[in-house]
Design a protein around this ligand. Structure first.
Ligand SMILES: Cc1cc2nc3c(=O)[nH]c(=O)nc-3n(C[C@H](O)[C@H](O)[C@H](O)COP(=O)(O)O)c2cc1C
Ligand SMILES: C=C(O[C@@H]1CC(C(=O)O)=C[C@@H](OP(=O)(O)O)[C@H]1O)C(=O)O
Length: 393
């Protein structure tokens, strides 16, 4: 299973092609649109999200509500495009138009964004040519891809949720999520402005975001993704590039502004003893093998253990600052404040939705590659058989 994405932030549309989704899966635009809406939300977003109403068009691979097994092409139009047609058009500008008036050229790179290094690498002296593709606008179609993966996972009895555990130094009490199912967490965060289970912490997170915005600054945070129902043995210990934890870590790190990943107790393990970390093994006839705890976040030896997979990622503060940092104008080499583009002040809640969807894709990919999966029915049968074998082992 694989996908590519294309599209600039202020271009006409975002496009993706997914290959490898089994045939016979019921899939509707509505299932994708509800996830796109979640990604647009969360406290701290800038004005762009008021312009866009992200909705998907399924351009191929689905007929009368069922996947065909052929590549699925998805399109999300940028509503902002109508304000940018001249600035972002593909054709050369007409001769009677002065490019300097139209182009909104950017020459003062923002520290922390891709502007400077991207400009040097691709030879763009107008840093807009970097910004347009390095923008997290691209995560829109990655969520669309993940939404398709989630529909598949749901059919296989695998459920996934994300939530925010920290914003700008405000940390949610971990006890508020303890012993809650994916479904229960989803219900709580649905109407929370920070997608946080701890409602007291959420109020303080909103205050922290508002304070950062008022100060012309930005803040980051931590998101957690939980996946329930993954059968044991997905991934492998036999080779580095088949390890599921490695694939999940790479997927999380591929999200714009993500700077670290941890599983289960994560970095806390550094100061704990083996007896405090490893998850004791139990067996009972109903469930088969289970664990007394889940400190390792559902992964051992690069394979799923059958316990919930728990992965967290840290997002750095947004690079665009309304009170900009020091930079250099690449044309004059004079010191200048960095350019200020319209921006979010905190996108951690939105990023939690992105994390959920990139994880969903990786889990679905690992499963589809593990079994014969041309048809959904075949795939379901094999997973059920595998679950039975695991239980009786
Ligand atoms: C959902 C989301 C929204 C973002 N919004 C902005 C934004 O409004 N302004 C900005 O400067 N960066 C924003 N970012 C972060 C930048 O896209 C990111 O920092 C940039 O692409 C550089 O990549 P890096 O941080 O991974 O090195 C956002 C990231 C995500 C995940
Ligand atoms: C457009 C989205 O996020 C954008 C991500 C982003 C960046 O630099 O990453 C910069 C901003 O772009 P704009 O200047 O057009 O407002 C965000 O709004 C989105 O999430 O859909």
């Amino acid at each position: 299973m694989r996908y590519l994405t294309a599209g600039e932030s202020h271009g006409p549309q975002l496009t993706t092609i997914i290959e490898g989704i089994p045939a016979q899966l019921e899939l509707t635009t509505e299932q994708i649109n509800k996830e796109l809406k979640r990604r647009q939300g969360g406290h701290g977003r800038g004005r762009r999200m008021q312009i866009e109403t992200d909705t998907v068009e399924i351009a191929s691979g689905v007929r009368h509500g069922k996947t065909l097994g052929s590549p699925i092409a998805l399109i999300v139009k940028n509503d902002d495009w109508k304000h940018w047609t001249k600035i972002m058009g593909a054709d050369p500008l007409p001769k009677d138009i002065n490019p300097d008036e139209i182009k909104r050229k950017i020459t003062r790179p923002r520290p922390g964004h891709a502007d400077l290094v991207g400009g040097i690498k691709y030879g763009h002296r107008d840093l807009r040519n970097v910004l347009e593709r390095s923008s997290a606008r691209e995560t829109t179609v990655r969520v669309a891809v993940g939404a398709v993966a989630k529909v598949l996972l749901n059919e296989l009895g695998i459920h996934i949720v994300s939530h925010v555990t920290e914003i700008g130094g405000v940390i949610a009490n971990p006890e508020t999520t303890m012993n809650k199912t994916v479904h229960e967490i989803r219900q709580i965060i649905e109407n929370d402005p920070c997608y946080c289970v701890d409602q007291d912490a959420s109020i303080k997170m909103v205050e922290a975001i508002d304070a950062a915005k008022k100060a012309g600054d930005s803040i980051g945070g931590v998101v957690e993704v939980i996946v329930e129902g993954v059968p044991a043995g997905i991934g492998s210990y036999v080779h580095y590039d088949r390890k599921l934890d490695g694939k999940l870590a790479a997927a999380m790190m591929s999200i714009n502004a993500f700077k670290g990943v941890e599983f289960g107790l994560g970095f806390e393990m550094a100061h704990l003893k083996g007896s405090e970390v490893h998850d004791e093994i139990l067996w009972n006839p109903e469930e088969g093998y289970t664990r007394r705890t889940n400190h390792l976040g559902g992964l051992e030896g690069g394979m799923s253990t059958g316990m919930p997979i728990v992965v967290r990622g840290v997002m750095k503060p947004i690079p665009t600052l309304y009170k900009p940092l020091q930079s250099v104008d690449i044309d004059t080499k004079e010191p200048f404040k960095a350019s200020v583009e319209r921006s979010d002040s905190c996108a951690v809640p939105a990023a939690s939705v992105v994390a959920e969807h990139v994880v969903a894709f990786e889990i679905a990919k690992a499963i589809v590659e593990h079994f014969h999966s041309d048809q959904l029915g075949q795939l379901k049968d094999q997973i059920n058989e595998m679950r039975k074998i695991m239980k009786e082992f």
